[in-house]
Design a protein around this ligand. Structure first.
Ligand code: SAM
Length: 171
């Protein structure tokens, strides 16, 4: 699942990476509505971002995705299925990221992965560190091109560094 898809740059990678599993794509395609400084809403009003998302997904994937054109918080109220993988890349405010992480906690499978982009933008990193109890180095992924990506594995309600999930009985 991905919350915050824009024109599908990350969504195509995730959708192809998990194929043939279905990826749920959640976005209202209106940009960032509660953060007037981000400029994403202005871009969204200038062009049809949703149409471009559909073109990119149709051309760039095998079709193993479902689109939910909605504010994530409204959509989340009616979502009942367990989530194994969640990529967060919607608004980068502390409140929005924290709300998404709190909601995710109630919907994840026993073992799951939560990750996201833009650790260094807005208040993303702060919100993720506060919620998970992990440090910046524990959340960041090594390697070139991943400087803004963060990830954590989750067992039950506890977050771990991505590759340090304890085996059953060890935690
Ligand atoms: C940074 S862009 C996503 C970029 C995309 N993941 C990529 O890698 O290209 C943020 C997206 O979050 C969406 N968004 C912002 N607030 C949202 C909300 N409350 N509910 C759903 N989508 C939201 C915006 O419409 C925008 O498409």
């Amino acid at each position: 699942m991905e919350i915050g898809c824009w024109e599908g740059q990350s969504t195509t990678v995730i959708t192809n990476g998990f194929a043939p599993e279905i990826i749920h794509c959640v976005d209202h395609w209106k940009g960032d509505l509660t953060n007037p400084h981000s400029g994403v809403a202005a871009k969204a009003s200038e062009r049809d971002v949703h149409a471009q998302f559909q073109i990119n997904m149709q051309e760039g994937t095998a079709g193993n995705y479902v689109t939910h054109n909605c504010d994530w918080a409204v959509w989340a109220k009616s979502w009942t299925e367990p989530i194994r993988f969640l990529h967060l890349d919607a608004e980068h405010t502390y409140d929005q990221v924290t709300a998404q992480l709190r909601w995710a906690e109630t919907s994840l499978t026993e073992i799951a992965v939560i990750c996201g982009d833009d650790f260094n933008q807005g208040s993303v990193g702060e919100a993720v560190m506060d919620h998970t109890g992990l440090t910046r180095p524990q959340l960041r992924l090594p390697g070139p091109g991943s400087s803004n990506v963060w990830a954590t594995s989750v067992r039950g309600t506890k977050c771990y560094p991505l590759h340090e999930l304890p085996r059953s009985g060890e935690f």
